[in-house]
Every structure is written in C-alpha cells, then in structure tokens.
Design a protein around this ligand. Sequence first.
Ligand SMILES: [Zn+2]
Ligand SMILES: [Zn+2]
Length: 466
Amino acid sequence: MEFKEPPTELPTLSDLVTQLLLKDEPALIQALEKIPTGLYASLFNAAFTGAHINILRQIVKIWPFPCLHMGTLTIREPQQELLKAMIESFQVTPDQSSASWCSKLRILDLRQDAVLRITCPGNNDTSSVCFHSCIYYAQSAMCIPAQCRNENAESEDHSSMQSLQIILDLSLNGTLKGREFFSLLVRKVQQSLGTLHLCCRDLKIDKLSDCKGSLSFLDLKCVDYLSVEQASLTEVTKLLTQMANLDSINLSKIICRSLTGRTFKRFTTNLKRMTSLAELNLSSFTLTNHLDCLLRVLPPTLEFLSLVFCELSNNDFRFLSQCPQTNNLKLLNVSNNPLYWEDCGPFQHLLEKNSGTLQHLEMDHCLMTDSTVSVLIPALSQCSQLRLLSFACNPISMNVLMRILQHLTPLMELSHVIYPIPVHCYRRWHLQGSIDQQMFDDIEARLKSMLEAAKRSDMNWITYSD
Ligand SMILES: [Zn+2]
Ligand SMILES: [Zn+2]
C-alpha cells in the first residue's frame, strides 16, 4: 500500500479541543481553572487570534506559568485593545479578598518575536526562571521612579512580588493612541506600588523633546535597540549616559553644531561604552571628515552599518576602508553620499575586505558614473554572499548596466537588484517625469532576456525613479 505524507497544516489535538472550547465562551470562562495546563498555550493563541477579549482577560488572570510571551502572534492596530486587556488583567498586587496571588504570572512579554515561545520550556512552577527576564531588574527594583513610589509599599512583603515585569518594545511617537497606551502602563506601575518593572528592550523615539515625561518612567539600562529621530546631539548624549550596552543605534535628523566641540566628544565617549554594538544607522547626520572620530571608538563587532545623507568625504571613505570596525559587515548602506571616480579606490577596498560577509549593499543616489561602476565591478563580483544590491538613481549608461549584469549573474545568493535607469532614457537627467517610456520598456526586455540566457530568471531586477 502506498504511504502518503499527512498534510503539514493538519491541526493538532489541542487545536481541535481549543476550537471546541471557544465555541461556548461563558462555559469556558467558568471551567477555565479546571482545564489542563498543557492546553493553555494553544488556548491563549486562539483567544488572541480570535479576539475573544473576555477569555483573554481570564486566561491572563489565572495563567499557570511564570511567563507569558506574545512570541509569533501578530499585533496590529485592532489588537491594541487586546493588549490593553491583558495589561489590565495582569495581577500586580495580592488578591484583596484572600491576600494571596491567584496568578503565577510574573513576566508578561508583549514583544513580537519569531523565536519566542508562548511560555519558556520547562516553566511549570513558580520557581522556574524565564530565560528572557530582565538582567537589570534587581537594580531597578531598588530605584523605583519617584512618581510611582508609595510609602505604604514599605510594609508589603516584596519577596513574593519581586519578579513582576512587563517586557515590551515602545514607540514614543506622540500620537493619542500611543499616549493612552503609555498612561495605562504608568497606572499599572503605580497600582503595583512600584514593584512592577517596565522593561523596554526596543525604544523608538520620534521628537525627543516631546517624550521626556514618558522616559522618566523607564529604566533605560534595559534598552537594547535605540532609535531616535529629530533631536539635538546633546539630548541624544544625555540618553546614552543612562544606557548600558546597546546592540543597535539608529539616529536620524540629529542636530550637531560642531564636530570638534565638547558635545560631540561626550557623544563618542558614551558610544565607546557600547562594547557589543552590532548595528549603527545614521541618517541626515553630517559627519564630513569626522567619521573616524565616531567609528574609532566602536568595537570590531559591527555587522550593520548605514550612513545615509552623512555628507561623507573621500577621507571618510578612506577611513572606512582601513578601520577594523568595518571588517565583517553584513549590511552596508552609503546611499546619498557622492562617490566620484577619483575617490572610489577606498570604496573598492571596502567591498573587497567585506566580500566574504556582505549580504546587503545599498549605494543609491551616489552620483556614480560609468567610470566609478567599472572600477567597482571586480570587487562586486567577489561578494559571494550578496543577496540584495541597490544602486538606483546613478547616472550610468546601458553598456555599463549590461556589463554589471553579466558580472553579477554568477553570484548565486543574489536575488534582488535595484538598478539605475540608464541616462539615455531621460530627456533631462534625473528630472521627474522625463523618462522615455519606450526606451525604458526596451531596457526591461533586454535585461529579462539576458537573465534568461544566463539561467538566472530567479533574480529579481527592478528599478524606480524619483
Ligand atoms: Zn519566559
Ligand atoms: Zn528591564
């Protein structure tokens, strides 16, 4: 008899039981405490996905494990109400009637993370440790923000409450919804008499000057990923002084009056403490002739480096090509910095030294001409790990575009290329709406047939014009 593989999407027994249980919401809420703990994860998953808000509240109230992670569940705008319900149901003080804790839940993790399971493996009693618990919590419990401190807390038995944490990624963007959500978190901390720790791992700040009140409720040591848009370098430096060891820094539209003054020096001194920094993204941050002051203090662990609109000079590119901080890059983005023919030797060397690691390279709007690209082609064709290459909006000819295609087709990892529209297609170079559509259609057809001839139809060559 022929053996047939079962379909991979076949629901498990616990999925089927969960679906049956959810059909009668009131009965399920009544019986929830009697349901085997093995069913809780799939029940939580189904209750969140199906927006069963009342069941969700009840599940959080009597969650039988020390931690609850959102993990792979998708959180979009409509699910915000579900998150709020979960926060409200998170027990942060002993039950009023029995002076005890109904819930075993100590760590509510609201981050979306593809590698997190709903509860940590082996977590079947309160003494188990959550692998994602905050490593700074012991210190932050000692310095509860003044706004949350309650004198009565002194008499509470802290031993039973010490591991209460809400782990989350925060975007402080000044919107009404964002402010309401943050107010709910603050109320929860106050209700807990300061024993609940808000543990923000990924912090995005849009317009720093508007968020200072909210920041006073956070312990910034917990932040791993920091993103700030629109701020002065003085404000950013002040933030960095409160942070411990960032993995990623993303700064955009930062005002820095002088690259030789005390503020810039203090900024780099604080960067120097980030000994495990792997990602640095700077955008609209003018660094002409001073990139070395900034990169020199960083560890040689950088994997992602983006320097868009940084007005980099030839000296800056020379430093990039020589410094140990750029020896193992997986991502490099130098878009919107001019790369002239006579300057491109250092950039060529930068590509060569990263040819074994580079997966993602962007150099859009770099004023690269045929001569520049011709020099870079041998280095590019050595980048064996390259998956995405973007060099859109550079003034090159059709001949050079075809040459580059011929040299890139042997790169078997390379699947996405964003190419520049050759100059002859423009009635006036780089003027919006001045592209000759017929000429452009011919180019697309030509590239397509060249990819077919090279047996690389799997490569996706696209373009855009601004
Ligand atoms: Zn856990
Ligand atoms: Zn923390």
